[in-house]
Design a protein around this ligand. Structure first.
Ligand code: ADP
Ligand code: YYY
Length: 670
């Protein structure tokens, strides 16, 4: 039987990562955020149409897309492909109020573009964006004649922009030692107004140079070649015009790759490394310098032009100037947990003005795991834990904190790790945890299962779905499998009873079953409605009494036990399928209450039935399920009995939620 279960992704308050035993497998990562936002901006303000492929779909790129659309740019988006109709060298809309979330890669270049090209604009973001300095860029733009007002704290967004009186003759000076994004913003915007040579002088030591190199690379692809004197002076030649390259393919994100390079370095074997496709020595992203650092720590990384393969080595601490790759360097801080001796990351002051103060945040969270961390104004020194501790990781609404700290799940003590507000990864890598679970393998015994067994209409399915949603876990609706088995057997004309037992058990491995959120498919047909009839339930009860059928479904059900965890609903989840589950609920309600619930459920679906008939059917099914010879419906010895006759759904959920949290090693959070 082939079975696919596609999980849904509601926001959860926290996600518990099972300890990782081994990593390995191929991954294709989403497009680079830095390249996506630069390419979208250039495509919007160039002449001609541009087809961008592998565009990152994340919070930061969504705000850029919305802002460009608000400025009058037509962009057709089909999944990760964007067709951008260039507006030429100025926005169509000369008035707009733009919300840019927490995306520095959107707010900063758009500030420069709009201030130089003119109009009436406000630019704002999330509260943290209003704490991230922008004075250096604003001062530089004012030097060019731009009119920009700070609407809140001076030196920070939100900003009000009005039309400039441009003065381009004197070189514009910009500080390079706080964020390279200020220089990038000027480089991207100045070609729109370069009626004469415009020179930018960088004050102070330019940080994050590879990001500036990336900007220059993209400008060149859009037809503007900037003259460069070292890293201190840049000149945009008179008459520069941005022209569409036609098509541009965005590479996978090298910063996103860093988590999986580190995962391979810690936990992959040589014979099954982590393989990252479409990212290799041809990459234009500076964050790939991370690979050299990981090699220096002792990991094995082989790189071809467009792929990386990583497996573990004996890791040792390093002392490194990480100024050139500040984002990926955060991953080194997490990798340091697995090295012998301390690791020192220097020249990382820019971490303090990112999504959060990343130096303090990282120090705090790594200490929770048992590491010894020394924190300075621009450095971090991490000595690995001698004794690992179970930790609930606070993520500070910072995607990189969440993704870095996931690496703590590789700890040798096999402790789970709780990641709070894991949805923050959507800023740059919405599918991070799916990718993680696809290549970070945990021992089955470490993948938690919450079992909910009980008679029909006791509320098992409702409770299981609510808990799984809140925990980010998978759901096993084992009853649905028996219903599908009954339906498949009936459709093949097989006898539903001992005479048909072998034939049904032989048929099941050939069935193709897909659970796709609310839909159930059998061999390509939608059977969602068909399996929910009371008749099918009765046939399922009969089919489920056949030992060979139950045996045929054992492995299929156990295969649902995948990371991060499972809520299993049925009759024998706690007794047969998952005897080691940390919590087994035996759910019950009086027969009258259950009949009343099922009646209401059927009436709501437009099925006509009487309460008496239902009650009789339900009691017959209970009797059969309880008295059969294999896996009868009985509470496991260690089950918690819950009679919810007098409880609402919400009350049942809260009760079981608390019991579950009490069995987790993290305390009562969430
Ligand atoms: N604690 C409860 N109180 C009231 N109604 C409930 C409760 N739990 C479930 N229900 C309702 O009872 C019906 C049957 O629940 P369901 O989860 O389908 O049961 P089961 O999976 O055990 O057959 C649903 O309409 C559901 O909303
Ligand atoms: N783990 C399980 C789940 C269901 N069954 C059988 C017994 C039930 O009567 C049928 C249908 O189960 P299902 O959970 O879908 O039924 P209810 O929704 O509780 O009415 O399948 C089982 O034997 N073992």
């Amino acid at each position: 039987m082939s079975l696919t279960a596609l999980p849904a992704h509601p926001p959860v308050a926290f996600l518990d990562l099972p300890p990782v035993a081994r990593a390995g497998g191929r991954i294709v990562l989403p497009g680079s955020k830095s390249i996506s936002n630069r390419a979208l901006l250039l495509a919007a303000f160039c002449a001609g149409d541009t087809v961008l492929t592998n565009v990152l779909d994340s919070d930061d790129t969504q705000v850029m897309l919305s802002a460009l659309r608000a400025l009058g740019c037509t962009i057709k988006q089909e999944e990760t492909r964007c067709i951008v109709h260039g507006m030429g060298n100025a926005p169509v809309q000369r008035k707009a109020d733009l919300y840019l979330g927490n995306a520095g890669t959107a707010l900063r270049p758009l500030t420069a573009v709009l201030a130089l090209t003119g109009g009436e604009y406000t630019l704002r973001g999330v509260p943290r964006m209003h704490e991230r300095p922008i004075a250096d860029l604003v001062d530089a733009l004012r030097g060019l004649g731009c009119v920009i007002k700070h609407l809140g704290t001076p030196g920070y967004p939100p900003l009000r922009i009005q039309s400039p009186t441009l003065r381009l003759d004197a070189p514009v000076r910009v500080r390079g030692d706080v964020s390279s994004q200020f220089l990038t913003a000027l480089l991207l915007a100045l070609p729109l107004v370069a009626t004469q040579d415009v020179t930018i002088d960088v004050e102070g030591e330019l940080i994050s140079r590879p990001y500036v190199a990336l900007t220059l690379h993209l400008l060149a692809r859009f037809g503007v070649v900037v003259r460069q004197a070292g890293w201190q002076r840049f000149t945009i030649p008179a008459g520069s015009v941005l022209r569409s390259p036609g098509a541009y393919a965005i590479e996978p994100d090298a910063s996103s790759a860093s988590y999986f390079i580190a995962l391979g370095a810690i936990a992959a074997d040589a014979n099954d490394p982590i393989r990252i496709e479409h990212l290799g020595t041809d990459s234009i992203q500076g964050d790939l310098r991370f690979v050299d650092a990981v090699r220096a720590m002792g990991a094995h990384v082989s790189a071809s032009q467009d792929a990386l393969a990583i497996h573990r080595g004996l890791l040792h601490g390093i002392d490194i100037d990480a100024n050139d790759f500040p984002d990926a360097a955060m991953t080194l801080a997490a990798l340091a947990l697995y090295a012998q001796g301390p690791t020192t990351l220097r020249n990382i002051a820019s971490w303090r003005v990112k999504e959060t103060d990343r130096i303090t945040a990282m120090a705090c969270e790594l200490r929770k795991l048992g590491a010894t961390v020394e924190e300075g104004p621009d450095f971090l020194r991490i000595a690995p834990p001698t004794c690992w501790k179970t930790a609930s990781i606070h993520t500070y609404d910072d995607h990189r904190m969440a993704m870095c700290c996931a690496l703590a799940a590789c700890n040798p003590a096999a402790l789970p790790v709780r990641i709070e507000q894991p949805g923050c990864v959507a800023k740059t890598f919405p599918t991070f945890f799916d990718t993680w679970f696809a290549v970070a393998h945990s021992a089955s015994k470490h993948i938690p299962v919450l079992c909910i067994d009980g008679p029909t209409a006791s509320g098992k399915g409702t409770l299981a779905a609510a808990l799984a949603r809140r925990l980010g876990y998978h759901v096993l609706d084992s009853g649905a499998l028996y219903r599908i088995a009954a339906l498949a057997a009936e459709r093949q004309g097989l006898r539903i009873g001992p005479e048909g037992e072998t034939a049904i058990a032989t048929l099941l491995p050939q069935c193709k079953i897909v659970f796709d959120q609310d839909k159930v498919w059998l061999d390509g047909a939608d059977v969602t409605e068909a399996i929910r009839s009371e008749r099918c339930a009765m046939l399922a009860s009969q089919v489920s009494a056949l030992p060979a059928v139950r045996r045929a479904l054992l492995d299929v059900q156990r295969a649902f036990r995948t990371s991060p965890g499972l809520v299993a609903d049925g009759r024998d989840m706690g007794t047969v399928l998952f005897p080691d589950a940390p919590l087994k609920i035996f759910l019950n309600a009086s027969a009258e209450e259950r009949a009343r619930r099922r009646h209401a459920q059927l009436v709501a679906r437009g099925v006509s039935t009487t309460l008496d008939d239902l009650c009789a059917d339900l009691m017959e099914r209970d009797r059969r399920d309880r008295s059969r010879s294999v896996a009868p419906l009985v509470p496991a010895q260690d089950a918690v009995l819950l009679d919810n006759s007098a409880l609402s759904v919400e009350e049942s959920v809260e009760l079981v939620w608390d019991w579950w949290q009490q069995r987790r090693p993290f305390g009562l959070t969430g």
